[in-house]
Design a protein around this ligand. Structure first.
Ligand SMILES: C[S@@+](CC[C@H](N)C(=O)[O-])C[C@H]1O[C@@H](n2cnc3c(N)ncnc32)[C@H](O)[C@@H]1O
Length: 408
């Protein structure tokens, strides 16, 4: 199956589309990505849920962007949620004394909660019946599933779930696992409902063991409700919140985003702490309109200014302390390579001219080679302060933190 029929199913929506999507085994990376997007779309109406604070609570981890765990942990500490340990790639442990619902509502560098549900033997994915029994045993024995009413509240008596196998498996295995999960979960008052659910049950397997992860998806998340309008290739807002923190220099900062799109980075920077002035350019009028709508929805009209302008045009740039840029990658849009090279070099030249000593530029792109070439050209003025890597939408994306030479 190609990505377009997957997306067509998502557009159709409804419980049948959700069930069909659950049966699809993606064969390629674009199919996998399309399936993730489509599943998120059809599950747009979750079973509403609320966190219940009581005497018992399960261990809670938070899903954070891989490679940026230290940024998310620093945010948790700064906002008064204690010290969060990294417990795996893209995973932080929420300390026991912290109310995870409050943390989930306030921390912008996290994607959401993950509850370890139990560990079992590795799953034989090529043997449907054995695999299904092993998953059923994992579900039946899971303390957080058996005790779900102690930490989660839903309307009615039944908690609706969707089950997902993290690794690719034959269709027969999927079917057997879903049927076994239905039977194992029924006594716990959990109902399979892939079109509207409050928890996703994610089963991962490795050569050493299998693991159940419970992802509560029904708890409302309004942190990014300002995102009324999008542009193609808009940055994920959780990653944007991390980048904003990497760029932060201080309350008097002037911040510039020369390819601002729908203004996600500028909005997240405004929400990450005081800044004196925030300015964005984009050469697309559509992007500027999207940015203005989002800025207004975030209540930041007075603080962020966005104008239609070419980042390489005359004027526009001003002396600044922070530059935040999610540069066009040209991967999905197939922009011409020479144009991208000119843009990257031109933006670095302007950073060299306008970034104040002690300032920081945070640049985000999947085009590692192009950025390295451009940085090499400007090495007399600019230095790399840090280099990080994360992933988004199935792509590895690189992050450079740049400063002026001699200006740390
Ligand atoms: C990857 S998108 C940025 C998305 C943005 N971070 C968001 O979340 O919406 C890149 C943006 O750069 C803009 N762009 C491309 N070339 C430009 C140029 N020469 N000057 C200004 N903007 C440019 C595109 O219009 C696009 O909106």
């Amino acid at each position: 199956m190609r990505p377009s029929p997957i997306l067509a199913l998502a557009a159709h929506g409804g419980p049948q589309a959700a069930e069909r999507l659950q049966e699809i085994e993606p064969q390629t990376e674009p199919e996998r990505e399309a399936l993730l997007r489509a599943s998120a779309h059809v599950s747009a109406l979750p079973q509403p849920a609320a966190w219940r604070s009581g005497p018992w609570r399960p261990q809670v981890l938070f899903d954070v962007p891989a490679g940026l765990e230290h940024v998310a942990a620093a945010e948790a500490h700064e906002r008064g949620f204690g010290r969060w340990e990294q417990v795996g790639e893209g995973r932080l442990a929420c300390p026991d004394q912290i109310d995870p619902a409050q943390a989930a509502a306030q921390l912008r560098c996290t994607r959401g909660m993950l509850i370890p549900g139990g560990v079992g033997p590795p799953l034989p994915l090529d043997r449907p019946d054995e695999c299904a029994s092993a998953v059923a045993a994992l579900l039946s024995a899971s303390p957080p599933l058996r005790r779900w009413r102690e930490w989660l509240q839903v309307d009615g008596d039944v908690l609706r779930f969707r089950i997902t196998l993290a690794q690719q498996a034959p269709r027969q295995t999927h079917r057997a696992v879903v049927a076994a999960a239905r039977a194992a979960c029924q006594p716990l008052m959990l109902q399979d409902s892939p079109s509207s659910y409050a928890v996703e049950l994610l089963v991962e397997t490795s050569p050493a063991s299998s693991q159940l992860i419970i992802r509560p998806t029904g708890i409302p998340d309004t942190r990014f409700a300002y995102r009324l309008r999008d542009v193609p290739a808009a940055i994920n807002p959780v990653i944007a919140a991390c980048l904003a923190r990497l760029a932060r220099t201080g309350p008097g900062a002037t911040v510039l985003d020369p390819t601002c799109g729908s203004a996600t980075l500028l909005i997240e920077r405004a929400l990450a702490g005081e800044a004196a002035a925030l300015l964005g350019f984009d050469r697309s009028l559509n992007a500027v309109a999207a940015a203005q709508a989002n800025i207004a929805a975030a209540g930041l009209q007075g603080r962020i200014r966005v104008v239609e302008a070419d980042a390489l045009g005359r004027g526009g740039w001003l002396s600044c302390d922070e530059v935040l840029a999610n540069l066009p990658f040209g991967v999905r849009t197939r922009s011409d390579a020479a144009g991208l090279q000119r843009l990257y070099e031109g933006i670095l030249a302007r950073i060299g001219q306008h970034l104040r000593p002690g300032g920081r530029a945070v640049l985000y792109t999947a085009q590692r080679r192009l950025m390295e070439q451009a940085l090499h050209q400007h090495r007399a003025l600019l230095q790399i302060l840090d280099q990080l890597r994360t992933s988004s939408g199935g792509l590895v994306v690189h992050i450079w933190v740049i400063g002026r030479r001699g200006g740390r």
